[in-house]
Design a protein. Sequence first.
Length: 202
Amino acid sequence: MDKWIRREKALFELDIDNDKSINVLRPSSISGFIRCPYQWYLTMLKGRRQKPAAASSAGISVHAGAEHGCKQKIVLGELAKKSECIDIAVSVWDDINKDSDLEYNEGESREKYTDDIVEGMDAYYDIVMCVTDPVAVERRYTIELDHPHFQALSGTLDIVLEDAIADIKFTKRASTIMHYTLQQSTYALLREANGEPINHLY
């Protein structure tokens, strides 16, 4: 069992062995520093809280649908039906909207994101889930750091392949090869530090 337990979607996590809060650096936050160092400083070092973004919450919904499908493939040897995965993704999205005050950017809406979630889940099912053989889903990898501000580097992979990284990305932000490669390479570092050699980044 991973000894690091997340308290919230925040910086501080609980170190079970020492019963204390620690600062954790996540792979996605490294790319955030490159995009805007000042915003990174306010969030990561000053702890400024922000309303949950609709885009990241939509990503959580797609993750849920993908996890359901891949978990069934691991346990039963075959994927769940695409319609099941889509239904779960939309259901999670609806639940998040009931419980959270999401931040929508101009031109965004709950209905538009619902359409995007269905489209994204449909594409991910065909392009990734149907052609890969996952060995695990939602597996957390952590390494401890000797650093004045952060005590660990830790991230959770949506789908774990035998010797490859294929993390789900669902965002309205324009993606770049640099940011994508940096984040995937960080996940590769985490897996290799935990004894799992990586030969491919997808």
